[in-house]
Design a protein. Structure first.
Length: 281
């Protein structure tokens, strides 16, 4: 049950190779959720028929945040749940304990709006890209069901700044809820957590804290300096230096955002809104 989602590498058998190439359903974006999905229903029969349901007629579905890629939960779907999800634009699962269709968030208000859907190279796992209402996917009140940390990520200092265990350490068990450890996400989101952690819990000798203590004058000066260095790296056409200076700009931009109380997710939302917007004249 691999998760080679959208992979194009050859695998055993022509059918599986085709699944790797064609294992995605057209993405859904913006306010066009219902329109896109209703159009999708007309051509969905073939790929749904090709899914590999287990002996109980179920398939696991991984729910992933549409902005930062964090895995929020895993549940099961049967064909009815999948078809209802596509028809409504809101995620439905199959509850094995209650043996009934489960409209996620219908009671709590924590609905999941479908943004996209893929299936893996074996066609036996679904990946749902969702917009989680209320930013709570777990029944405990946590953002993600995956708050139990077995082994801390390698990386030492950066991980510890965000309140996570240093590489190799096992964290204390969490009971979930709003204070549960956040799920792993993209590197820029992880960086913003580190910076916000420094802002909220300063540490002696921290470069991030020195920037924050200096306020706009120090932070904006660094953004200007790093921007100039980025321009020069581009002029020199040095790929390694371009990447390094771009990373420096992103870091200092995030420090400025944290200083002004603007979450990195707000920036991601703006970028997502602009994606697919009408082209400028």
């Amino acid at each position: 049950m691999g998760l080679g989602l959208g992979a194009s590498a050859a695998v055993d058998g022509g059918r599986q190779e085709a699944e790797c190439r064609l294992g995605s359903v057209p993405p859904v974006a913006g306010n066009a959720v219902s329109d896109s999905l209703s159009g999708l229903k007309l051509s969905s029969q073939a790929w749904i028929d090709g899914l590999r349901w287990n002996e109980a007629g179920l398939i696991p579905a991984v729910a992933q945040d549409w902005l930062d890629g964090a895995v929020l939960m895993v549940a099961w779907m049967n064909r009815q749940a999948l078809e209802r999800t596509l028809a409504s634009g809101e995620v439905h699962y199959w509850s094995r304990s209650r043996q009934e269709l489960w409209h996620k968030g219908a009671t709590s208000g924590h609905l999941q709006k479908l943004r996209g859907l893929r299936y893996d190279c074996d066609a036996d796992v679904l990946l749902l890209t969702i917009e989680q209402q209320g930013d709570v996917a777990c029944h405990t009140g946590a953002r993600s069901c995956f708050y139990g940390e077995g082994v801390g990520e390698a990386g030492g200092e950066a991980s510890s700044e965000g309140g996570e265990p240093r590489g190799g350490e096992v964290a204390e068990p969490s009971a979930g809820g709003p204070t549960a450890p956040p799920p792993p996400a993209d590197v820029c989101t992880e960086l913003s957590r580190v910076i916000e952690g420094r802002r909220d819990q300063p540490e002696p000798g921290s470069y991030t804290n020195r920037l924050l203590e200096g306020g706009d004058n120090r932070i904006l000066k660094k953004i200007g300096e790093e921007s100039a260095e980025f321009v020069m790296a581009c002029k020199d056409d040095n790929a390694a230096e371009i990447a390094g200076e771009a990373a420096d700009i992103l870091f200092h931009l995030q420090v400025a955002l944290a200083y002004h109380g603007v979450p990195w997710r707000r920036v991601q939302e703006v970028l997502a809104q602009r994606r697919g917007a009408p082209r400028r004249p």
